[in-house]
Design a protein around this ligand. Structure first.
Ligand code: AMP
Length: 395
């Protein structure tokens, strides 16, 4: 998806409100991972270089409809300064005269950080009066928070029609990369699905089944598919209300000539905290154990199915990767996807748990793109129009 972005002439000497996502992990008074902050630097740096006066607006946690000092963005201002090397002026509200005054007094090269927008309950109701209060002190709006773009809130969508509005660099990049592997993917196109539940991925399957050359199904969701083929799956995850969907998907894939591959074997154990594991073939799963990772034959099958791919989209880990005993399948697929990238494929990791796994195993720089949005990237791949993104689409 191609999006409308800004040029210098659009923002020079203008007051610009930028929607960022500073909903960062925060523990013991510290930001433990500032990747989300750094992801916005391209947009913010370009605005500052272009002579704009910039204010950043974001949510932080889930305040229950009012001010909650433990969720104040004031606490992360030092990390923002650190990440950008720019002085940050914090304003303890996101609307009203204080914001206007801060923008008037803002010296060149400095940047304003507004207070948590969710301290106003109107934000998540996309209240039009609140959106207009947010927009009032500004000439231009730039939407850069891809991870919040699936929400129709005042600061992600309500302000868009009220100002000259543009997509920021992060939103543009997400649109380019997710678009390349879900809208018009170059073939062979391999879709890798995993994670806990079939129900979370139903709409992705619905949107991408027609386009895929091969679909690899691993993780907890694979067992519902194996069960749909009447195999014994022991105590593995199974969504009985999705067995029909699994059966129909297998039939549809066959009818359309899409290769849908399921695990040939699994790493099985008595539970998530087990210390002993076994390898079991999919045709002989022990009744008292559960499948918690794909096994070695499956790794080989999936890795060879990835060879020669031109586009790869991966959403959902292959096993309970949080436990090293069940991390082997996810790690091996990280390597296989990295090899595809080296061979020239466009490889994109959907956000959320898969992104966390790819980062944890050190493969984030070995794939084409790791999406910054969990829910947002899933909805994008389902073919949905995101309220904070679709208005910038160039047709
Ligand atoms: P999702 O958010 O749907 O992508 O699911 C991610 C979660 O699925 C991770 O926390 C994994 O631990 C979990 N998961 C992956 N494989 C399995 C499995 N075989 N059984 C249970 N949970 C799994």
């Amino acid at each position: 998806m191609q999006l409308k972005t800004f040029a210098r002439k659009d923002i020079e000497n203008k007051k610009v409100l930028v929607r960022v996502d500073f909903n960062v992990p925060f523990k013991d008074g510290r930001v433990s991972d500032d990747a989300r902050i750094r992801a916005h630097w391209s947009t913010l740096g370009r605005l500052l270089d272009g002579g704009a006066s910039v204010a950043m607006v974001s949510h932080f946690g889930r305040p229950k409809g009012g001010v909650d000092p433990s969720l104040s963005l004031r606490q992360i201002a030092p990390d923002v300064e650190n990440a950008y090397g720019v002085r940050v002026r914090f304003v303890d509200d996101c609307v009203g005269p204080k914001v206007r005054a801060a923008m008037e007094a803002l010296p060149r090269g400095e940047i304003v950080l507004l207070e948590n927008v969710r301290f106003h309950p109107e934000e998540q109701k996309n209240d039009p009066d609140f959106a207009s209060e947010l927009a009032k002190p500004f000439d231009v709006f730039v939407m850069d928070a891809f991870s919040a773009a699936h929400r129709a809130d005042a600061s992600t969508s309500g302000v868009i029609p009220l100002l000259a509005s543009f997509a920021g660099d992060l939103l543009v990049k997400e649109g380019e990369m997710l678009g390349a592997v879900s809208e018009n993917p170059e073939k062979p196109y391999v879709l890798i699905l995993g994670g806990a539940k079939v129900s979370d991925k139903i709409d992705v399957v619905g949107n991408l089944l027609d386009k895929a050359t091969t679909i690899l199904v691993g993780g907890g969701m694979a067992y519902t598919f194996l069960r749909a083929q009447r195999l014994e799956i022991g105590r593995s995850l199974c969504e009985t209300d999705r067995l029909d969907f699994a059966r129909e998907t297998l039939e549809e894939a066959k009818a359309k000539g899409v290769r849908l591959l399921l695990p040939l074997d699994s790493v099985v154990a008595s539970g998530l905290d087990a210390t002993e594991t076994k390898i079991a073939d999919s045709s002989a799963m022990p009744a008292e154990l559960m499948g918690l990772d794909i096994g070695p034959k499956t790794i080989e099958l999936f890795a060879s199915a990835l060879k020669g791919a031109r586009s790869v989209l991966w959403n959902g880990p292959m096993g309970v990767f949080e436990n090293p005993l069940f991390a082997g399948g996810t790690k091996a697929l990280c390597q296989a996807v990295a090899d595809c990238t080296k061979d020239g494929a466009v490889t994109v990791i959907g956000g959320g748990d898969t992104a966390a796994a790819v980062r944890e195993f050190g493969f984030d720089s070995k794939v084409s793109h790791v999406s910054t949005g969990g829910g947002a990237s899933l909805e994008y791949c389902e073919g949905k129009k995101l309220p904070g993104m679709a208005p910038f689409e160039i047709r």
